[in-house]
Design a protein around this ligand. Structure first.
Ligand code: HEM
Length: 361
């Protein structure tokens, strides 16, 4: 058998190469979170990889995610040193890549103040950390709607019934748009923009699922694998927003089978504003435009292949045709709203419009 039990810890994992360990498994042409999910099917929800000198613990079940992100959150709250953190995280002085220390606590407190949806209305350039993840979710959401026309019709009907066509959808409408929220939860479940949560590091020796975990071990939580697991979800690979109709499971970090924003001390502080941007942008698009696939393209032709990167977008940009549903006068009024301007800028590059109408909205 290829299963190895690590000498020091007894943790299972695949047999690795000398020196380079399991690096060839994570070849850049392979989608990392899918490779990690395939390995979990073979080695279980907790296994260890060796990437050169670096040892990594990979977690792929809700129970173990809860163990790391909630029960032992304090022991696993650190972020490991990474080159990318040095390069784009101002030598790890930002919030995302910073070690869990007093500087991070200060930055996080400051950031949370600015990231509240009220405060953000007064700030222009705070959204850098959330630009990718927010626009990726909107693009995947639109792609799923194009693949599932019945879901799109139901969503448009909800908007027509609860908002109508005489005014534009407002943030205050969102609380009533229950189907919209179900569609977005299902998008987060099948297409988490950060499919493997940002790496954590054990701050002290710990015991997880009976295994002894040393200090400084990197821990990866594969939320994509958890959110597609048949143990937590019926028919897990189908896009079915209705699964949330009588199911209180939410994305807020309390339900460990749905973790698009992570959980615990290092959970995404932009969850509120990020969720809001996705909701208002999708609702506005669906209200003001009628979307269809370009001639000759069938729903099943929409390519859902995801990129192999830290944030995982569609490889092929979504192509759609649009026609106006509301009067252009009503649409142009919204450009005076700040939230819309920002959502609009964020999503400017996600839709390649076939007709000339896109230039005018
Ligand atoms: C759809 C939208 C978004 C998604 C799905 C998302 C997802 C995530 C995830 C999975 C993490 C890692 C959590 C963990 O390690 O447990 C994270 C961290 C973070 N996110 Fe977001 N995010 C989104 C939007 C935003 C926005 C809009 C902002 C800022 C305005 C933001 C700022 C941050 C920051 C600063 C961190 C690092 C937190 C820390 O390490 O203490 N995110 N995000």
């Amino acid at each position: 058998t290829n299963v190895i039990l690590r000498k020091e810890t007894g943790i299972p994992g695949p047999r690795g190469w000398p020196v380079i360990g399991h690096l060839p498994l994570l070849h850049r042409k392979k989608i990392v979170h899918q490779t990690l999910m395939n390995l979990a099917q073979k080695y279980g929800p907790l296994y260890e990889l060796r990437l050169g000198m670096l040892k990594v613990l990979v977690i792929s079940s809700p129970d173990l995610a809860k163990e790391i992100l909630k029960i032992q959150d304090a022991s696993f709250a650190d972020r490991p040193f990474t080159i990318i953190g040095e390069l784009i995280g101002y030598q790890r002085k930002d919030i995302i890549f910073s070690p869990t220390d007093d500087h991070w606590r200060f930055m996080r407190k400051l950031g949370s103040e600015f990231m509240s949806s009220k405060a953000i209305q007064k700030q222009q350039d705070l959204l850098i950390a959330g630009i990718d993840s927010t626009s990726i979710t909107i693009e995947f959401g639109m792609a799923e709607l194009m693949r599932n026309p019945d879901v799109k019709e139901k969503l448009v009907k909800e908007l027509d019934e609860l908002v109508g066509r005489e005014r534009l959808v407002e943030e205050s409408d969102l609380v009533n748009l229950k189907y919209l929220k179900m569609v977005i939860k299902e998008t987060f479940r099948l297409h988490p923009p950060v499919p493997v949560l940002l790496p954590r590091k054990s701050m002290e020796p710990a015991t997880v699922a009976g295994y002894k975990v040393p200090k400084n071990l990197q821990v990866l939580i594969n939320s994509d694998a958890i959110q597609r697991s048949p143990e937590s979800w019926d028919d897990p690979t189908s896009f079915r927003p209705e699964r949330f109709a009588n199911n209180p499971v939410d994305v807020k970090g309390q339900d460990f089978c749905l973790l698009p924003f992570g959980a615990g001390r290092r959970q995404c502080p932009g969850m509120g504003i990020g969720g809001l941007m996705v909701e208002i942008t999708l609702a506005t698009f669906l209200q003001i435009l009628e979307f269809s696939l370009p001639a000759g393209l069938k729903p099943e032709d929409v390519d859902m292949t995801a990129e192999a990167a830290m944030t995982s977008a569609l490889v092929s940009p979504l192509l759609v045709s649009v026609k106006p549903r509301l009067s252009p006068k009503l649409c142009s009024m919204r450009t005076s709203g700040r939230t819309f301007q920002r959502s609009y800028v964020l999503t400017w590059n996600i839709i390649q419009v076939e007709t000339g109408f896109g230039d005018k909205i």
